[in-house]
Every structure is written in C-alpha cells, then in structure tokens.
Design a protein around this ligand. Structure first.
Ligand code: GLU
Length: 305
C-alpha cells in the first residue's frame, strides 16, 4: 500500500525552526518511498489562526522545496464533516455535555498526570435530564473513555500507551464555543484522507492514545506514528511561534534553502556536518534509523543561526 503522509501546520504564526524540522522529516519520509503528501491547514481556532499565515506557510514550504500532492480543505471549512462524526459518537451514546467551569476543573484536589495534564473526574457524566435543564451556560462535550490501555509502537519513540480512564479521563471533543477539538478533527481528517503515516512533534505523543480510541470508534485504521524530537532554545525552553528570531521570515533573510536544510539535517542526525543540500537530495539519503530520538537543544551560537 502506498504511504500517505501529511503536513498539518497551524497558521497561528510564521513557522519556526522546529516546525520546519518536523515538516522536513515528514516530507523526506514520504518522498523517500515515493508516497503521497497531503497539506492540511489546521486553522480550527478562529481566534488564533489567519488566512495570511496560511498563505505564508504554503509559501515557506515551497521556498524550502517541500511540495505536496493534494491539499485538503482547511479545517475551518470542514465543520460539517466534524459534525457528522460527532453525531456518530452521539448515536453511540459516547458523548455528554460538561458544564464544569475552569475553576472547577482546576480545583486543587483535581488529579494530574505526570506531565501536568488534568485528569477529568467525570462529574458531568451522570447528570440527570433535570440537572442538565437547569444549566445556564453552553456545555463543552466530552467523550466517555474506557478503563483500557491504548498503546502503539512509535517509529522513533518505541512503545507508548495510556490507560485512558486512569491516566486521562473523559476528554473534550467539542468546545463550549462550538469549535470541534483538535483530537476529533485530526482523527477525522487523517482517517478520511487515508493517511498512513503521521510525523509530528514529540509533544503530541501523549495525545496519541486518545486518538487511537477515536480511530477505533469512528472505524478508521490508525496510521504509523513517528514523534520527532523537539528543538529547544539554549535555556531548554521549547521554541514557540513567539520566538521571532527563529521564524521563517528571519531565517530566509540569512540563509538559502539548501543551507537551512543542511543545518536541520545535521541536527536530525541525517548528515555528519551541515553541508548545503536540497530537499530531493536529502530524501534520497533519508532513513529513520539515523534520526535522533531525544529533544535537541540549540547551542547559544546557533540561536540566531
Ligand atoms: N497542527 C499541529 C501543529 O501545528 C500538528 C498536529 C498533528 O500533526 O497532529 O502543531
């Protein structure tokens, strides 16, 4: 079966070095085996995402030589599609409205996972119809999770799994403002796009058991996952879109695409030294076996490249 991969950038700012690093590995992995690449703009959140950033993301990918074969409709235009999947979960009696306020959710007694995520207690799971009728505000919608471990073999990070009831709790699939949650949208889009390979940052590793559960319930087959290292600033912080020094606007003023790709390839473990290289040349020598698994801290003199 041909490999189908995807870029899934969120246009909430200009891509930074870490986003480009992930996109490069995703692209090389697909192009190495002459698979198909999909671009999907993840602009679910209307408050954070803009059309202009989406345009610039496409333009930056082209500048790097990272092409795609098909563009899925951006997430902002796919609400009807998510609605249908949500309705299927409702028919299976898997979702329920949650009226908890932020303060209630973050109460001091609320249990947390080791990486700081809140484990939802399930208080709204058993509200009676009368209790629901008394609520004044619009609810978020949560999916009931089972007492079951969802695990998978990550192509880079090895085996990872979570018991959803014990380690996560019922999670949100639709926000109280009506916006569908990332977990539901990403599974729907990758499922309907027949994506077979997902390459993304290691920060999303712990989302994957929740997504596996949704894959199962919605009847899609799950892709192979590769969670790639994050690039960290010299003080150990994750790069963010606010880190303007490392965004593509800045990088493009100082570097050619080949220099930047060579630098990223050396950081990834694909080249011994940061020699300029084209994306096509890099795809030809690409191998997951050579890619580092742990997060990569940039050195002080690399901060401004
Ligand atoms: N849109 C997410 C991001 O830009 C990626 C989500 C995913 O790859 O599943 O970080």
């Amino acid at each position: 079966m041909p490999i189908v991969g995807r870029f899934a950038p969120s246009p909430s700012g200009r891509m930074h070095l870490g986003n480009v690093f992930t996109a490069l590995l995703a692209w090389c992995s697909v192009r190495k085996v002459e698979g198909k690449m999909i671009l999907r703009i993840e602009d679910l959140d209307p408050e954070r995402c803009t059309q202009e950033y989406a345009r610039v993301v496409r333009e930056d990918l082209c500048w790097l030589g990272l092409d795609w074969d098909e563009e899925q409709t951006p997430q902002s235009g796919r609400t009807g599609i998510y609605e249908r999947q949500f309705a299927r979960l409702q028919e299976m009696d898997l979702v329920y409205p949650c009226y908890c306020s932020r303060n209630e959710l973050h109460a001091a007694s609320a249990p947390h996972t080791t990486d700081g995520r809140l484990i939802y207690s399930g208080v709204c799971r058993n509200l009676t119809p009368e209790q629901k009728a008394q609520q004044k505000k619009k609810p978020a919608w949560r999916i009931k999770v089972p007492e079951k471990v969802f695990s998978f073999q990550d192509g880079l990070q090895g085996e990872y799994g979570e018991n959803l009831a014990a380690e996560c709790g019922d999670f949100i699939v639709r926000r109280s403002d009506g916006v569908y949650a990332y977990q539901l949208a990403v599974v729907t889009d990758d499922g309907l796009g027949h994506v077979t390979q997902v390459v993304r940052g290691r920060d999303l590793l712990s989302s994957t058991p929740r997504q596996l559960y949704l894959y199962e319930k919605l009847g899609f087959s799950a892709p192979q996952f590769y969670h790639v290292p994050l690039l960290l600033a010299e003080d150990g912080r994750r790069l963010s879109k606010r880190d303007g020094d490392l965004d593509m606007g800045n990088l493009r003023e100082r570097w050619s695409p080949e220099q930047l790709l060579g630098y990223l390839a050396a950081l990834a473990g694909l080249l011994e030294t940061a020699e300029p290289i084209t994306a096509r040349e890099l795809a030809a020598i690409f191998s997951w076996e050579r890619v580092f698994t742990g997060d990569i801290r940039l050195k002080a003199n690399e901060k401004f490249l």
